[in-house]
Design a protein around this ligand. Structure first.
Ligand SMILES: Nc1ncnc2c1ncn2[C@@H]1O[C@H](COP(=O)(O)OP(=O)(O)O)[C@@H](O)[C@H]1O
Ligand SMILES: [Mg+2]
Length: 305
């Protein structure tokens, strides 16, 4: 893997100036459902004060090396932790993207939920904190590798090197690892709700990780109208289950994740992404009409088993 040299890095460092400090409340509250799910771990802590979450050394402790990804809400950086002297990944919200306190709560919800899911195929979270200006961030293991999306894309275009490395048996092994991760999350009452190849990373040593618990919800949250910020039903066309496409939050359950796993399995078996339309509701219609092609055996499927 190519080593990153900070001096080569053309990307400007993350903006640590907060534009509207009044956005930050005095206390970060854990939702009732987070309390229920994580009660063994969270003990009696009802709220964490902003002060307790603040690490005023963050901007000197972590040296930005390069931006890995600039997503919708969060930005992922490769950073050097000057305390442990190791390189890790940091997720933060760019201050200009913070529109409301809910944005901060959603970000922290993802971080806490991921942190509580401790499993070999789920990224370990190292720390969750607020910078002294109140901007939240979390640090995690840095994965070096590529997404399953990139791999499946090359397979779809018959890249020989990729075909040699990723036999069907190997891909099914990866798939079973993902099933293990989802099964474990389900035992904790957590639904991922955005399972797709772009949210799976395969490390340089074959490590399989299910990433991006940004849409994840706790079963209790999807069935209660509680005060958590995760109210919107999201998902990715082609992978999302009909109940997601229709926005039926109360219908989300384990079967929703299983549907998405099956869409991923469809892609592994056929080398073709599951069919979809841009519009969620017409996507739902697509799933149940003649446009939906059942998986069929490909030469890929037969030649490597
Ligand atoms: N810990 C990490 N190490 C290396 N790359 C990462 C890490 N976390 C995320 N990424 C990269 O960033 C991309 C987006 O991350 P993700 O968590 O899916 O955020 P988003 O919500 O923007 O989709 C991933 O597909 C992966 O390429
Ligand atoms: Mg993602």
């Amino acid at each position: 893997m190519k080593k990153s040299d900070p001096s080569d890095n053309q990307t400007p460092p993350p903006n640590r100036e907060i534009l509207n400090p009044n956005l930050f409340s005095e206390e970060i509250s854990f939702s009732d459902t987070e309390q229920i799910l994580f009660q063994e771990d969270l003990h009696q802590t009802q709220t964490t004060s902003t002060e307790a979450l603040t690490d005023s050394t963050a901007d000197t402790r972590y040296i930005p090396l390069k931006k890995i990804r600039d997503g919708g809400m969060k930005t992922i950086w490769e950073v050097k932790d000057t305390r442990t002297q190791r390189t890790l990944a940091m997720a933060l919200i760019q201050p200009e993207r913070i529109a409301s306190q809910d944005d901060i709560e959603s970000f922290l919800h993802e971080a806490r939920l991921t942190a509580h899911l401790q499993h070999p195929h789920i990224l370990p979270i190292y720390d969750i904190a607020l910078e002294k200006n109140g901007n939240p961030y979390f640090t995690m293991k840095l994965l070096r590798g590529e997404t399953l999306e990139a791999i499946l894309h090359r397979l779809q275009h018959h890249d020989l090197e990729t075909e040699k490395k990723y036999s069907l048996t190997y891909l099914l092994d990866i798939f079973l690892n993902l099933c293990d991760a989802v099964d474990y999350a389900h035992t904790k009452g957590a639904l991922h709700l955005d399972i797709k190849p772009a949210n799976v990373m395969i490390g340089d040593f074959g490590e399989v990780h299910l990433l991006d618990w940004g849409l994840a919800t706790l079963l209790t949250e999807s069935h209660q109208n509680d005060s958590t910020p995760r109210k919107v039903v999201g998902g990715t066309p082609g992978y999302m289950a009909p109940e997601q496409a229709l926005g039926n939050k109360e219908d989300l359950h384990f079967h929703t994740d299983i549907y998405m796993l099956c869409a991923l399995l469809y892609q592994i078996l056929t080398r073709t992404p599951p069919p979809h339309r841009r519009n969620h509701r017409s996507h739902h219609a697509t799933q149940h009409t003649r446009h939906y092609h059942p998986p069929r055996t490909t030469s890929h499927a037969t030649s490597h088993t």
